[in-house]
Ligand binder design. Structure first.
Ligand code: ADP
Ligand code: MG
Length: 364
C-alpha cells in the first residue's frame, strides 16, 4: 500500500492560523497517530487529507497520486481519494440494515451485487459482526455500531484509513477492549492508518509512531517510546504522562562529566542531571521529572551511589488502588510523585537517578 506524505501544510479559518507548516510521512502499513489537546488542529489536518477542507498551501499525496498541491481547482475530490473514513459519531444510516450500510459505498463504486455481498460479509466478519448483518443500527450497542462503522471504512479496500477519535463515545472498559481489537484488525488488514486522538494512552498503545500536535504545530514525531523517554520539548513532556517541570540554573557543567549540576530555583536543592548537548554553566534550564520515576524513601534510607537525594515534605497522599499518589513540597515547589507503598511521616526523601531527568534550556 502507498505511503501518505503531507508537506508544508498551512490552514487558517477567517484569518486565524490553525495549522502552521505541518510535515509528516506515514509509511506503508503504518499506524500513525496525531495526538494533541482539543483544538490543536488534528481534525483539520485529517479533513485536509480527506479533501473535506482545502489547505491554504502545502502538498498532500498518497503514493504517486497528488491530492493537493496548493491549488484548490486541481484538488482531487474527496470521493476520488479512495480513503476509508471513520469518525467519532458513527454516521450509520438509521433506516438501513447493517449490511446495506456497508453495501452503499460499494454501490456508489459500481461493484456488482454478488461482489457487494461477498465484500460486505468479509468486512463484517473481520470485526466479528457478521451475525448482526440484518439488524438496524439502533438495535446495536455503541461498541457494535463503532465496529460496523469501522467495517464500512475498510469494505472497499481504501488506500489509507483515516480515524478521528473513533473510540471517544465508548465507555472506559469498552474502549480498552476496542483498542485491542482495533490494533489487531489494523495488523490483519495491513492498512496504512492515520488515527486522531487526544488520549495519550490510546496513542501510545496503538501506534507505530505518534505525531504530537500543539497549537497547530507538530512538536515531535516518533515512536511511543521516543515520545515518552525523550520528549523534544517541555510541552511534550508535560502533555504525555505526568511530568514535573522544575525551573533551575546549571551551576556546574564539567567538560568531561556525564552529568551537570542544576540548582533548583529558590528551593536551595541541587540535582545532578545527565547532560545534553549545549548545556553550559549559568544556563537557565527546566528539568522534567516524571512522577513514577521518583522513588520515595524514609529520611534514614540510604541511596545508591550517584542517585540524587532531595528532601521534601508530604502535603497530601491519596490512595488510588494500584498506588499512592503524593503531592509534595520540594522547598516550596509543588511536585507529584507515585509510590506502590505508603510512607508514614511528613519528611520524605526523593531518590532520583540523573538519567531519569529530562533537561531543557528554558525558553522565554
Ligand atoms: P482538534 O481536532 O485538534 O480538536 P480542530 O482541527 O477541530 O482541533 O480545530 C482546530 C482549530 O480550528 C480550533 O480552534 C477550531 O475552533 C478551529 N476550526 C476548526 N474547524 C473550523 C471551521 N470550519 N471554521 C472555523 N474554525 C474552525
Ligand atoms: Mg478533533
Amino acid at each position: 500500500m502507498p505511503e501518505l506524505v503531507v508537506e508544508n501544510l498551512k490552514k487558517s479559518f477567517a484569518g486565524n492560523a490553525v495549522l502552521e507548516d505541518i510535515n509528516f510521512t506515514v509509511n506503508d502499513g503504518e499506524f500513525f497517530t496525531l495526538l494533541g489537546p482539543s483544538g490543536c488542529g488534528k481534525s483539520t489536518t485529517l479533513s485536509c487529507v480527506a479533501g473535506l477542507e482545502h489547505p491554504d498551501s502545502g502538498t498532500i499525496r498518497v503514493g504517486d497520486q497528488i491530492f493537493f498541491d496548493g491549488d484548490p481547482r486541481t484538488a482531487v475530490p474527496p470521493e476520488s481519494r479512495n480513503l476509508g473514513l471513520v469518525f467519532q459519531s458513527y454516521a450509520l444510516w438509521p433506516h438501513m440494515t447493517i449490511a446495506y450500510n456497508l453495501a452503499l459505498p460499494l454501490k456508489l463504486r459500481k461493484v456488482s451485487k454478488a461482489e457487494q455481498k461477498r465484500l460486505v460479509d468479509e468486512a463484517l466478519d473481520k470485526v466479528d459482526m457478521l451475525h448482526l448483518r440484518d439488524r438496524y443500527p439502533h438495535q446495536l450497542s455503541g461498541g457494535q455500531q463503532q465496529r460496523v462503522a469501522l467495517a464500512r471504512g475498510i469494505v472497499y479496500a481504501p488506500g489509507v484509513l483515516l480515524l478521528d477519535e473513533p473510540l471517544s463515545n465508548l465507555d472506559a472498559k469498552m474502549r480498552d477492549q476496542a483498542r485491542i481489537w482495533l490494533k489487531s484488525l489494523q495488523r490483519e488488514v495491513g492498512i496504512t492508518t492515520v488515527y486522531v486522538t487526544h488520549d495519550q494512552i490510546e496513542a501510545m498503545s496503538l501506534s507505530d509512531r505518534v505525531a504530537v500536535f500543539m497549537h497547530g504545530r507538530l512538536q515531535q514525531v516518533g515512536t511511543p517510546t521516543a515520545i515518552y523517554e525523550t520528549p523534544a520539548t517541555t510541552e511534550v513532556a508535560g502533555f504525555i504522562g505526568r511530568c514535573n517541570l522544575l525551573e533551575g540554573q546549571i551551576e556546574e557543567a564539567p567538560a568531561e562529566g556525564r552529568t551537570v549540576r542544576v540548582e533548583l530555583g529558590t528551593t536551595g536543592q541541587r540535582l545532578h542531571v545527565v547532560r545534553r548537548d549545549g548545556a553550559h554553566e549559568g544556563q537557565n534550564v527546566t528539568v522534567g521529572l516524571r512522577s513514577e520515576r521518583i522513588t520515595l524513601a524514609g529520611p534514614a534510607d540510604v541511596a545508591d551511589d550517584g542517585v540524587n537525594v532531595l528532601k521534601a515534605t508530604v502535603k497530601h497522599c491519596s490512595y488510588t488502588g494500584a498506588r499512592f499518589e503524593y503531592q509534595l513540597s520540594l522547598g516550596g515547589l509543588d511536585i507529584i510523585a507515585e509510590s506502590p507503598i505508603r510512607h508514614e511521616g511528613e519528611e520524605i526523601n526523593l531518590l532520583i537517578r540523573p538519567e531519569d531527568c529530562l533537561l531543557y534550556p528554558t525558553t522565554i
